[in-house]
Design a protein around this ligand. Sequence first.
Ligand SMILES: Nc1ncnc2c1ncn2[C@@H]1O[C@H](COP(=O)(O)OP(=O)(O)OP(=O)(O)O)[C@@H](O)[C@H]1O
Ligand SMILES: [Mg+2]
Length: 174
Amino acid sequence: MLHSGDSVTQLAEPLVGRDAELAVLEGLLDEAREGTHKFAVVSGEPGIGKTSVLGELARRAEDRGCLVLEGRATELERALPFGLLIDTFDAYLESLDPRTYDRLVADGLEELAAVFPWLRSLGAGSAEPRTAAERFRAHYAVRELIERLAARQPLVLLFDDIHWSDGASLELLG
Ligand SMILES: Nc1ncnc2c1ncn2[C@@H]1O[C@H](COP(=O)(O)OP(=O)(O)OP(=O)(O)O)[C@@H](O)[C@H]1O
Ligand SMILES: [Mg+2]
């Protein structure tokens, strides 16, 4: 049973009749693990099993040694700038040991702190970016962060319920 607080990786019920979808996603996963960027959109009617498919993909990716980070947009957080990105990355950034942190984050600290509360709480940088130039720098810094993460370990980012996403996250994903 799916409760509202469940994350996609916590779902454990066996999936029925999704072999074709999972085969496509697994093919993309294999190519991504070889070093090519891959991108897939999972769409469908309410309750049809999108979150479940993402959960199965997450399990398979973790079994193959990928780092899986997942975020979910919610109606209530629609007004929170970068809410979806925060949900995806903030707790992971908080969990980093100091050396990894230096390698991954230190360069773009000021710009990343404009997006992620954990980095702001450490005393870094600024409030949320307002001008187009500030937003562009924040997007660039997140992109760099993703590239550095992916250079260490195959990386799978899962964004669930994007239709509820805040505008800042959508702009960045775009
Ligand atoms: N292929 C499947 N086999 C077995 N159970 C499934 C399958 N797909 C979905 N379910 C079950 O149906 C319910 C709804 O699935 P899920 O939450 O994944 O759908 P969703 O498309 O993400 O829904 P929403 O649009 O509300 O986000 C869950 O209880 C899930 O375990
Ligand atoms: Mg869902």
